[in-house]
Design a binder for this molecule. Structure first.
Ligand code: S3P
Length: 436
């Protein structure tokens, strides 16, 4: 099992780019696959999660060419052109792929089965199965978990569904099934979640409207292929926003980052903590806003993270906990129970790692309380276990900017699910992440 050995450093700086957005890359393959014509994707994230989606779409009869580095060409087969796979579709570690594909496959004429790795096989799937069944889909899970078995040939009907949890994956699964439904589909969100599916559906010519907490899709007769540009992943950039805040140096720039406002809650949280972050050079990549992010060192202070920002920063909490440990005073996170059903239980696993590094924290049912220590060596160094969770592995890597001794991070293979070449990008910023 590969590990990282991260060596203490004090300074970060320079200018870096992070790989393409994972959420948008998954969606580009799925929508490109059921569009009519050829969809060209630039900036595609060639990570294991997105390659799982690529393999699944290929198994369903879609030709996907890798035409260059971070470039793919998807030969769409049309809304009704997918073919049955002759084996269960293995979505690896990718929750997004499994949940969105469940929606997409609900509307097909053939049966499908979705499986995944040991982490994915433990994750809740009834949250998508339940609304899809209300639409008429025939889906079985095993005690609410994968394998997910979808019976083909169901005639779906549009529904009006109020999400019990703020989840872009559930919203997206319903919208993808809605493409195949009779009548319009409306999803009501308890809080704003990432809207990449809605934006991309519009790029493919589908009528989707959003406002007042509701998203409404009218089923199209066809989706039209288009060109897509995938911005840098804000969630990958997040590690460096925090590294640039807790390290020393004259500043770090992260270029070409997606700054869709449904993703940038971390910018607001870090601003409340006193970070020195600037978002400059605003531009767009098709339907998605992009910018460069400049960060300079700052003494952060602990806060109670406003709960309305939780869904807008849902993937950034492991890294934020590292920032909180370096802040002056206490940081309190509440209303974040969703963290318990991510690739790992991110509250429990981060708390174990922080405690092992000498940071005082208290686990709450729906969050955590972290006592910050604004000193140069916050983390003792030693061993932490990422439990195969990519974001936990990368979070403890940036802790090396405030570590007294090297940190060995166990079980880091899954960093490749979202951030291929993390050690290389980290090195460009001044970190020393050794893969062992
Ligand atoms: C994602 C939605 C979020 C996020 C995940 C990607 C997406 O999950 O945590 O990494 O691409 O739609 P939830 O919908 O479960 O919050």
């Amino acid at each position: 099992m590969p590990n990282y050995l991260v060596h203490p450093v004090t300074t970060v700086g320079g200018s870096i780019r992070v790989p393409g957005d994972k959420s948008i890359s998954h969606r580009s393959l799925m929508l490109g696959g059921i569009a009519e014509g050829v969809t060209e994707v630039r900036g595609f994230l060639e990570s294991e999660d997105c390659l799982s989606t690529m393999k699944a779409m290929r198994a369903l009869g879609v030709r996907v060419e890798q035409t260059g580095p971070q470039e793919v060409r998807v030969h769409g087969v049309g809304l009704h052109g997918l073919k049955p796979a002759n084996h269960p579709l293995d979505m690896g570690n990718a929750g997004t792929a499994m949940r969105l594909m469940t929606g997409l496959l609900s509307g097909q004429s053939f049966d499908s089965e979705l499986i995944g790795d040991s982490s994915l096989m433990r994750r809740p799937m009834e949250r998508v199965a339940k609304p899809l069944r209300e639409m008429g889909a025939q889906i079985e899970t095993l005690d609410g978990k994968p394998p997910v078995r979808i019976k083909g040939g169901a005639q779906l009907a549009g529904i009006r569904y109020e999400l019990p949890v703020a989840s872009a994956q559930v919203k997206s699964a319903i919208l993808l099934a809605g493409l195949y439904a009779n009548g319009a589909t409306t999803v009501i969100e308890p809080a704003v979640t990432r809207d990449h599916t809605e934006r991309m559906l519009q790029s493919f010519g589908c009528s989707v409207s959003a406002g007042h907490g509701e998203v409404r899709l009218t089923p199209p007769t066809r989706l039209e292929a288009c060109s897509l540009e995938v911005p840098g992943d804000f969630s990958s950039a997040a590690f460096f926003m925090i590294a640039g805040s807790i390290g020393q140096g004259s500043g770090l720039t992260i270029s070409g980052v997606g700054v869709n406002p449904t993703r940038t809650g971390l910018l607001d949280i870090l601003a409340l903590m006193g970070a020195d972050l600037r978002v400059v050079n605003h531009r767009s990549a098709g339907a998605e806003p992009v910018a460069d992010i400049e960060v300079r060192p700052a003494q952060l202070k602990g806060i109670h993270v406003p709960e309305h920002l939780v869904p807008l920063a849902i993937d950034e909490f492991p890294a934020l906990f590292i920032a909180a440990a370096c802040a002056e005073g206490e940081t309190l996170v509440t209303g974040a129970e969703e963290l318990r059903v991510k690739e790992s239980d991110r509250i429990a696993v981060m708390a174990a790692g922080l405690t092992a590094m000498g940071v005082q924290c208290e686990v709450l049912k729906d969050g955590i309380r972290i006592q910050g220590r604004p000193q140069s060596a916050v983390f003792s160094g030693g061993e932490v276990d990422s439990h195969g969770d990519h974001r936990i592995a990368m979070s403890f890597a940036i802790a090396s900017l405030r570590a007294a001794a090297p940190i060995r991070i166990a079980d880091v293979a899954n960093v490749a699910t979202s951030f291929p070449n993390f050690p290389g990008v980290a090195a460009a910023a001044g970190l020393k992440v050794e893969l062992q």
